[in-house]
Design a protein around this ligand. Structure first.
Ligand code: SF4
Length: 514
């Protein structure tokens, strides 16, 4: 069997490309950021190792136009195509699937991703999709499913592998029940970097101060915390699975020694904590990997890592710490079930900064309850953190209900959604009714991005140079212009017809990175 794991280029009317892949909310960007979908890449590697022909078909990172991508896919005529869904691109996918089934009627179309896994019947009804995967363990599920289809002509009737919705010959569909929530991640292979053409993802990514950079095979799948109401990792159907420290260290060593990468980012929803975090950092030091000039980065939460662990991570050469600052008022943090409070923010950031790391704040605005006072508290906290040098970069997104998370369900229950057209859920504008006019939130976003150009912030970066750390010099001189370019993009999006732009990739919840 030939299997294509496919990401079509999705371009909006402004020429911006949708960045779709696991862990992130879709956003449209003119300046590209190419994100490696790690679980799908593991699936591709595993199927290839099992002897199947695999086509790694990421039209975005391969710089294809939609027409070229589609033409190439038709020419390849795979037996199976695997897509990844999320709310704002569902309508696009449903149309695409029907077109593809018209052109390649024998190809089995499999839909993965958080939207369709929570609403499988909808995708079956709205398109000619053959199978919806309800599990985020795409690699484990495909590893079982592909051989089954390969060996059973009657798979539409007979397949009982768990966690699937399958279309029968007569166009009805059936549900094979719940999927396995926890999988032994050590069984799934490390991503084959050559198969996925890793260099396509190694440069255009704001998480990397040095290039080439790459994403590690994630140590945690979904999230160990998993309670934040807006996050796709929250749900009764989800828990988390974990990869061993040693296996991950082996991969880091290979990436550094064989592939000569300069920065490695782990895009787990939230990275290790406690004992495992310390074991990992010690392992990096014991193997001498901290002396190779390579930086390490991760997603984490406030009130998660203690000072001892952070100190060890500093020694091990960790740099980029992406942390969600969803709001700075207690009411919102409690309502979002974030598990931290405003008083945790500054002390946590002080630790990261003390041990030489570069915290990146991912801020959200536009909750349907957010008052002027709440909004101001967030803006003031962000200004304080940035001016004091406690955070180096930031990115602000509109909290958009997607993928039928608890927040999405709450917006529906409360009747605050202003649209039910999935195309409007692309994080480019506020789509809930709010206590303040929407323009007030957009103004707050502009104000927060403006911090990156503020003399106080710039002066603080110059003072960091006295530390003598190479990363601080790189930050100011190498990364600075890249950051400016991206800030310009956000401000462009924000000032365009009063809408608000988000940005790049991200791990923790709705966060995205710059
Ligand atoms: S927002 Fe972050 S901490 Fe919260 S459930 Fe999602 S990944 Fe986990």
């Amino acid at each position: 069997m030939k299997i294509a794991i496919s990401y079509p280029p999705i371009v909006n009317e402004r020429g911006q490309v949708a960045m779709v892949s696991q862990n992130r909310n879709v956003q449209y960007f003119k300046e590209p950021t190419y994100l490696l979908p790690v679980i799908h890449a593991q699936a591709a590697t595993w199927l290839r190792d099992m002897g199947y022909e695999v086509l790694w078909d990421d039209g975005n990172s391969q710089l294809k136009t939609f027409d070229r991508w589609y033409g190439d896919l038709l020419a390849a005529a795979p037996d199976m195509v695997v897509f990844e869904s999320t709310t704002p691109v569902m309508k696009f996918y449903w149309k695409l699937v029907d077109r593809l089934k018209g052109d390649l009627p024998k190809t089995v179309v499999v839909m993965t991703g958080f939207h369709s896994m929570r609403r499988p019947a909808e995708t079956m009804e709205q398109s000619r999709t053959d199978i919806v995967l309800r599990s985020n363990h795409v690699d484990f599920t495909l590893r079982r499913l592909v051989p089954y289809i390969d060996e059973h002509d009657d798979w539409r009737q007979s397949c009982e592998l768990e966690g699937l919705w399958i279309r029968r010959e007569d166009d009805t569909f059936r549900d094979t029940g719940n999927f396995k929530q926890v999988e032994p991640l050590d069984l799934s292979p490390d991503v084959d970097r050559d198969l996925v053409q890793w260099k396509n993802y190694a440069y255009e990514n704001g998480n990397f101060l040095q290039t080439p950079g790459t994403y590690a095979t994630s140590v945690i799948r979904d999230c160990m915390f998993g309670k934040c109401t807006f996050c796709r990792y929250n749900g009764p159907d989800l828990t988390f699975s974990i990869r061993s420290v040693e296996k991950s260290l082996d991969e880091y060593q290979r990436l550094i020694e064989d592939y000569k990468v300069k920065e490695i980012f782990d895009d787990s929803g939230v990275w290790y904590r406690g004992k495992q975090a310390r074991q990992f950092a010690r392992g990096i030091i014991d193997r001498g990997l901290h002396k190779k000039g390579v930086y390490f980065g991760l997603n984490t939460r406030f009130a998660y890592l203690d000072e001892e662990t952070i100190a060890l991570m500093g020694k091990a050469n960790f740099r980029f710490i992406l942390v969600g600052l969803e709001a700075a008022d207690e009411y919102t943090l409690r309502r979002l079930n974030k598990g931290y409070l405003p008083r945790h923010i500054i002390p946590n950031l002080e630790w990261y900064t003390r041990y030489g790391m570069h915290p990146h704040l991912t801020i959200m605005i536009g909750y349907f309850w957010q008052t002027r006072e709440m909004l101001d508290q967030t803006v003031n906290m962000v200004r304080e953190a940035m001016f004091k040098g406690l955070a180096r970069t930031l990115q602000v997104t509109i909290c958009t209900p997607i993928d039928y998370t608890p927040y999405h369900a709450e917006c529906i229950d409360q009747g605050v959604l202003l649209t039910d057209d999935y195309d409007d859920f692309d994080m480019s504008k506020i789509i809930v009714s709010t206590p303040l006019p929407h323009e007030e939130y957009y103004r707050a976003v502009r104000e927060m991005y403006g911090v990156a150009l503020h003399p106080l912030f710039l002066a603080r970066q110059v003072r960091f140079l006295a530390s003598g750390r190479r990363r601080d010099w790189q930050f100011l001189f190498t990364y600075g212009w890249r950051a400016l370019r991206r800030v310009r993009q956000h401000i462009y999006n924000l000032t365009r017809a009063g809408t608000s732009g988000g940005d790049g990739p991200g791990g923790c919840g709705q966060s995205t990175t710059d």
